[in-house]
Every structure is written in C-alpha cells, then in structure tokens.
Design a protein around this ligand. Structure first.
Ligand SMILES: Cc1cc2nc3c(=O)[nH]c(=O)nc-3n(C[C@H](O)[C@H](O)[C@H](O)COP(=O)(O)O)c2cc1C
Length: 185
C-alpha cells in the first residue's frame, strides 16, 4: 500500500470504546461536521442530517433508552442483554459526544454512510477516537425514542442510521483482521 497522510489515517483508525474525560472542542467538532458534509451524495441531494449530542442529560437519556429497548428484546445475543442489565454499562461508552447520523427516509442510507465515514476519518486525523454504533439507534424506538429524536433536532421524516461515539481515546486496540474481499479483473 502506498503510505501518505490520508492512507495512514485510514490504516490507523480503530473502533474506540473507552474515552478520557477530555472535552471535544468546538473547533474540532465543527471541523468533523464540515468534513462530513463534504462527502459525495447522489445528485448532491445530501440526504443526511447529523445531530452532535454533547448535553450530558441527553447522552444519559440515550443510553438509558437503548438499554430499555435491548431488555425488551430477549432474543438478542446474551452479551447485549447482560450489558443492558449492568447499571454501570453506558451504551455511549462514556464518550463526550455522540453524532447521531440520520437519513432522509426517501433517499436511503447511502449518503449518510459516506458522511459518517468522512467524519470518522476526520476525527482520526485530529487525534480523536470514534466508534460507529448501530445498536445506539435502538434508543429511538417507540414514543420516548421519537421524542428524544425531536429533542436532538432531527427533522421529521429522517431515520437514524447509526451513532458515532467521539472523544479522546483511552484505549489503543490492535487492528482487527480483514479478509481480502476484492478482486481486480
Ligand atoms: C454499521 C456498523 C455498526 C456498528 N455497530 C456497533 C455497535 O453497535 N457496537 C459496537 O461496539 N461496535 C459497532 N461497530 C464497530 C465494529 O464492531 C467495528 O468496526 C469492527 O469490529 C471492526 O473493528 P475496527 O473498527 O476497530 O476496525 C459497528 C460498525 C459498523 C460499520
């Protein structure tokens, strides 16, 4: 692989599930959000909306609703159920910011996924850690979940795609193995 500033950022990214208490600055957050919106989108329709959640009360509510939703689904993997039962487990991994990435329901999630990866890589380039969380979207089910989405400023008609926990990493995980799932023909 050719190594340069961009490929190094891509290669060094890991999913981070432990964060220091350091806050993410406004400048860092705005840079990450702006890099997200620089992602390509079908016919430049930008079928996404991101809510950057850093209000501790909203983060707490999100974690509590996610755990409640998990416990209401007893067929989920036991590891998820065990964690949801643990009062010490925080579904937002204690991150100071969670980016809730939503997609315009009429557009599908392609645009939103590209925006998400741009933000993850921008964060990595700034020395910040991230973890994409599909499971955090469980917080937005039901009446209480929809009300939380409104509090996060998500426009009506947008559906959550994933969350991205964001903050200064307090762990340095090894790279996870990858299969070579591509060909050149
Ligand atoms: C769509 C998507 C959903 C994910 N959801 C979760 C999740 O709910 N919880 C979690 O801990 N990690 C989640 N991850 C992170 C993956 O577990 C992680 O990317 C994968 O194990 C590879 O590790 P790496 O990111 O460190 O390379 C998700 C990743 C993606 C792309």
């Amino acid at each position: 692989m050719i190594r340069n500033e961009v490929t190094d950022v891509i290669a060094s990214r890991r999913s981070i599930r432990k964060y220091t208490g350091r806050k993410v600055t406004d400048e860092e957050l705005e840079t990450i959000l702006e890099c997200g919106t620089l992602a390509p989108s079908g016919m430049n329709t930008q079928g996404w909306f991101v809510s950057a959640v850093r209000d501790p009360a909203l983060l707490k509510e999100m974690s509590a609703l996610q755990k409640e939703a998990v416990l209401a689904m007893p067929d989920l993997p036991p590891v998820m159920l065990e964690r949801a039962k643990d009062p010490a487990f925080d579904a937002t991994f204690g991150a100071p910011v969670v980016l809730i990435v939503t997609a315009d329901a009429s557009r599908g999630s392609g645009d939103a996924c590209l925006l998400g990866e741009n933000m993850v890589l921008a964060a990595q380039s700034l020395g910040l850690g991230t973890c994409i969380s599909g499971s955090i979207t469980m917080a937005f089910q039901g009446e209480k979940g929809r009300s939380l989405l409104k509090k996060l400023g998500v426009p009506e008609g947008n559906v959550p795609v994933f969350g991205i926990t964001l903050g200064e990493a307090a762990e340095a995980p090894e790279a996870k193995p990858r299969e070579k799932k591509y060909t050149i023909v």
